[in-house]
Write a protein that binds this ligand. Structure first.
Ligand SMILES: NC(=O)c1ccc[n+]([C@@H]2O[C@H](COP(=O)([O-])OP(=O)(O)OC[C@H]3O[C@@H](n4cnc5c(N)ncnc54)[C@H](OP(=O)(O)O)[C@@H]3O)[C@@H](O)[C@H]2O)c1
Length: 256
């Protein structure tokens, strides 16, 4: 007997790590509901996935909006449901020290990274419990375990998402839901630093300046796909992944 096609919901699927992860899972034969706000990006991803073994279903979604998540749930439910949820939507805003930081940036980061994940998890938990062998993967960050100068707001959001992930693993084990946390260090994606630096291209480029091989979106996608493709009884609790040139948060070798 062949096993049924695995089915995942990937948030943050319009760019960077989420997009690469959705693409990787469709390459691996999964059905993937790709969720985030920008419909044109979802459409182009859909086109790229057309010849792959799996199937992509784009669903424009805002993780800060409950009505939008309700609509996402209805679409997923009507098309067979999911066994795996990957919360990848998120990001950073600003890099000022606490003395100068803008509370609105913190609100955006907590709203998107922490409460966005929480909303989606709460909505889909009953479906995953009912499935009987569900998986939740939360994409946090090394910023969720080590604070750094200029990182306080992002640290607060990612520490929050990290805590949510730890508690969720304890609470849901009895429902046979495995909870995976992937914590990348420096990943060079097209938009992450540019958004954080409010569109300042020079400042965004400085983040990666001289680092010969930062991680790529595809590197992180490989690891996410590996973790969710493992037999379900294997839970990779926490996967910290960094480029070799970033031995720690404070030790980044810029030699290129
Ligand atoms: N790049 C790094 O160095 C790095 C390192 C560690 C962890 N991370 C984490 O990895 C994740 C992806 O980062 P990335 O580098 O791939 O950045 P990115 O390209 O900016 O991707 C962010 C994604 O989040 C989505 N998103 C933002 N707000 C949303 C909302 N309200 N509703 C739905 N989707 C929303 C965006 O889509 P829309 O704007 O279309 O909605 C986009 O798809 C983030 O959680 C980030 O914190 C990144």
């Amino acid at each position: 007997m062949t096993s049924p096609q695995p089915s995942a919901l990937v948030t943050g699927a319009t760019s960077g790590i989420g997009r690469a992860t959705a693409y990787q899972l469709v390459s691996d034969g999964w059905q993937v509901f790709a969720a985030s706000r920008r419909t044109e990006n979802l459409d182009s991803l859909n086109q790229e996935c057309e010849e792959l073994p799996g199937k992509l279903i784009p669903v424009a979604t805002d993780v800060t909006d409950e009505a939008s998540i309700d609509a996402l749930y209805d679409t997923v439910d009507a098309q067979g449901g999911i066994d795996t949820l990957l919360n990848i939507a998120g990001g950073a805003m600003g890099s000022e020290p606490i003395a100068d930081t803008d509370i609105a940036d913190w609100e955006w980061m907590i709203e998107t990274n922490v409460l966005g994940s929480l909303r989606v998890i709460q909505k889909f938990l009953p479906m995953l419990r009912k499935h009987g062998a569900g998986t939740i993967l939360n994409l946090t960050s090394t910023a969720g375990i080590v604070a750094y100068e200029g990182g306080a707001g992002y640290n607060a959001a990612k520490f929050g998402q990290h805590a949510l992930t730890g508690a969720l693993r304890l609470e849901e084990a009895e429902h046979n839901i495995r909870v995976i946390e992937v914590l990348p260090g420096l990943v060079k994606t097209e938009e992450f630093a540019l958004k954080r630096m409010r569109g300042d291209e020079a400042k965004a480029a400085d983040v990666y300046a001289g680092v010969s091989k930062p991680l790529t979106a595809e590197d992180v996608a490989d690891v996410c796909a590996y973790a969710v493709n493992l037999p379900h009884h294997i839970n990779l609790d926490q996967i910290v992944m960094r480029p070799v040139k970033q031995a720690a948060q404070h030790k980044l070798i810029r030699d290129a």
